[in-house]
Design a protein around this ligand. Structure first.
Ligand SMILES: Cc1cc2nc3c(=O)[nH]c(=O)nc-3n(C[C@H](O)[C@H](O)[C@H](O)COP(=O)(O)OP(=O)(O)OC[C@H]3O[C@@H](n4cnc5c(N)ncnc54)[C@H](O)[C@@H]3O)c2cc1C
Length: 336
């Protein structure tokens, strides 16, 4: 049984920064994540993208932010249970929580901080039967390493930010050719990206195939062939090296949804006027996983929530102690 002060569910940027804020209060943390690596969405969905709204960094690649967070929390030696999903939550006779993973690892602590983000990620896949047999070699639902598409003929499907961002990116870098297939002629992406993509199409950098969908895929001699049908039933067969159906992720809160927490629109309701506590005493929810009036699903908002939340966690764990806010500039890291 792993014992700690705070069990953090989710090792995304918010879960990681919670370790730092808790560490300043001498609270020990243990993180559980279904993914085999820390970093949450930053590591799994967009590791190579630059983020522009992290204070102090005019631009920072998502994977670098994760590396820096890992470096920042190192002095506090957090524990990690990676590649395991937090499945059940119980309370023992001493008032401690017991969180057990799908693999049976048991963790216990007086406080649970849920930083589960979008939940356990599941990309939305097109309803095509044989896709799973082609996935490893040809089909990617998330772009983790853009350089693997170097000089490749790629087809992207989708009309949201992810599809357009990557179409623009690959049209400028790496790919030999980029086709964008979208089932409508209206895009859900930011206007700016839509305008750029339309300009690229005019310049011949992206071939747009609108009002059309891929309905089946065949494999032949190291290529795949996408069978595409338009709204007015015209068909075409497109040969390519890789197909990237970027239809987004279906957010699923997963097992946490069964823990007796108040859930609204697939997110955990918290009290944002105090400390991001949930309806269960001792359980907090921070980062993308929570909801309240005016919530912004941004990394910096999650960082703020973590800093507030650990103050309440401290009071619960040490009701007899008076915590006085100390500046890191005064005490440093070792002094805490
Ligand atoms: C393409 C894209 C671009 C973005 N760009 C920006 C940007 O520029 N600026 C910005 O501020 N934000 C951006 N975001 C949003 C940002 O990534 C999120 O706000 C941030 O990742 C939230 O962090 P988090 O730690 O709350 O959750 P996440 O990063 O979602 O991490 C949650 C973790 O919890 C784990 N988990 C969930 N349930 C369980 C369970 N039961 N057991 C074990 N593990 C579990 C998941 O596996 C995951 O690793 C972007 C998002 C996307 C998709």
């Amino acid at each position: 049984m792993i014992k700690t002060d705070i069990i953090i569910i989710g090792a995304g940027p918010v879960g990681l920064f919670t370790v730092f804020e808790a560490g300043l209060l001498k609270l020990k943390c243990h993180l559980i994540d279904a993914l085999p690596i820390p970093g949450g969405q930053c590591a799994e969905i967009y590791p190579k993208k630059p983020i522009y709204d992290i204070p102090g960094y005019p631009s920072i690649q998502a994977s670098v932010l994760v590396d820096k967070l890992m470096e920042q929390i190192k002095p506090f030696s957090p524990g990690f249970t990676l590649g395991e999903t937090a499945d059940t939550l119980e309370k023992d006779n001493n008032g401690n929580f017991k969180v057990t993973t799908t693999q049976g690892t048991v963790h216990t602590a007086p406080i649970v901080a849920i930083a589960g983000g979008l939940g356990v990620f599941k990309p939305r896949k097109p309803p095509i039967e044989n896709l799973h047999t082609l996935e490893k070699k040809y089909i990617h639902y998330i772009v983790k390493e853009p350089s693997i598409f170097d000089k490749k003929n790629i087809v992207i499907s989708g009309g949201g930010d992810s599809a357009l961002d990557w179409a623009l990116y690959f049209a400028k870098n790496y790919a030999a050719s980029v086709k964008l297939i979208h089932r409508s002629d209206n895009f859900r992406a930011h206007n700016d990206s839509v305008q750029k993509a339309l300009n690229y199409a005019k310049e011949g950098k992206i071939e747009m195939i609108l009002n059309s969908e891929v309905y089946s895929v065949d494999e032949k001699e190291d290529n795949i062939f996408l069978n595409v049908r338009s709204k007015n039933k015209e068909t075409q067969n497109i040969k390519c090296d890789n197909w990237l159906p970027l239809f987004g992720l279906s957010p699923k809160i997963g097992p946490i949804g069964n823990w007796g927490l108040e859930i609204e629109k697939n997110a955990i309701k918290v009290n944002n006027s105090t400390d991001y506590s949930t309806n269960v005493d001792g359980i907090f929810a921070i980062g993308d996983v929570n909801t309240y009036d005016g919530k912004l699903k941004l990394i910096l908002c999650g960082f703020h929530e973590a800093a507030i939340m650990v103050q309440s966690a401290f009071k619960k764990i040490h009701p007899e102690k008076n915590n006085v806010l100390k500046y890191t500039t005064v005490t440093g890291i070792k002094g805490f």
